[in-house]
Design a binder for this molecule. Structure first.
Ligand SMILES: [Zn+2]
Length: 312
């Protein structure tokens, strides 16, 4: 029977999957974590914690890693910082076997060159546990984990106490959203529904709020996104008006922009295209929401210092 990726990675070592998508345990006594879905789901991250022993390594680590990088095409990065070896490799159907091969080679290199197990954070030879800081996995000792949690909490408190001004924030959001709105009109003239302009509007509005208001919070994000929705609505109307105006002038009819703008709802209804207008607008909103989701989430995390930690 074909082995699963987990079985391929495990080999004969006491490795388990915990939490999901993370394989952890020890290989030749060294703590190992293999994480799937690093770098937005496109790669694997393999970490082995070890530090040089009393005698200096006979074969240089740099050379060992350089050989790994050239030997395995999928390996995009292989580095060592004195206590933690980190290898990043792209996903492929061979990933499981390649990771197993990396673990075998690394373990035998480390053993032969007198490396010893250690905490991947401070390098001390103390017991460690797999710890997660905002989804970033590593084996750390209790002292290091406590220190990391403390500094995250201090950062969150500091951000919480930082003063913010909602009024200037809204001004910033409006200016930012207008940049996206202009882009929306331009792209609309080219005949596209401007989801990308929606993203620009959302990002610029959020950044604008943060820049002008001093900081952004949940309320600030909500207000900014409402502003974006309103600006996009007007941008869509302006886009249609400009298209109509061009159409009219082709037939030699000169109508002022504002007269035409005011008549858009009526014109749409008369021509039976109100549905099309609404559909375009909704698709535009949906594209904007889709495109900005990740940005909004990470901005909220950065702005509030929200964090997630855990030990496995
Ligand atoms: Zn430590």
């Amino acid at each position: 029977m074909k082995k699963t990726i987990l079985q391929q990675i495990q080999g004969n070592d006491p490795l388990v999957e915990n939490p999901r998508n993370v394989v952890q345990g020890t290989v030749a006594g060294f703590t190992v974590s293999v994480m799937f879905g690093a770098g937005n789901g496109t790669s694997w991250r393999v970490v082995i914690d070890a530090r040089p022993g009393a005698a200096p390594p006979a074969y240089p680590m740099d050379q060992f890693l350089a050989e790994m990088r050239t030997g395995l095409k999928k390996v995009t990065s292989a580095v060592y910082d004195g206590k933690r070896m980190e290898v990043i490799l792209g996903t492929s159907s061979q990933a499981g076997l390649q990771i197993r091969s990396i673990l075998d080679h690394a373990a035998s290199y480390l053993v032969q060159n007198g490396y010893v197990p250690c905490c991947g954070c401070c390098g001390e030879q103390v017991p460690t546990r797999l710890s997660s800081i905002n989804g970033y996995m590593d084996f750390t000792c209790d002292a290091c984990y406590g220190r990391l949690c403390q500094s995250l909490e201090a950062n969150r408190q500091q951000l919480k106490e930082k003063p913010g001004n909602m009024f200037t924030g809204i001004v910033g959001a409006l200016l930012g959203a207008l940049i996206g709105g202009v882009l929306w009109v331009v792209i609309y003239q080219l005949g596209y529904i401007a989801g990308i302009a929606g993203l620009v509007a959302a990002v610029c509005a959020l950044k604008g709020y943060e820049k002008f208001g001093g900081k952004i919070n949940k309320a600030g994000i909500a207000v900014s996104l409402v502003i974006v929705a309103v600006v996009i609505y007007f941008a869509q109307n302006i886009g249609i008006t400009m298209a109509l105006q061009r159409e009219y002038s082709r037939y030699g009819v000169d109508v002022s922009f504002f007269t035409l703008y005011g008549a858009v709802p009526q014109l749409l209804e008369e021509s039976g295209t109100t549905g099309v207008f609404l559909k375009d607008l909704l698709i535009g909103y949906a594209l904007t929401a889709l495109a900005s989701f990740a940005t909004v989430r990470s901005m909220l995390q950065n702005a509030t210092g929200a964090y997630k930690t855990g030990r496995y």
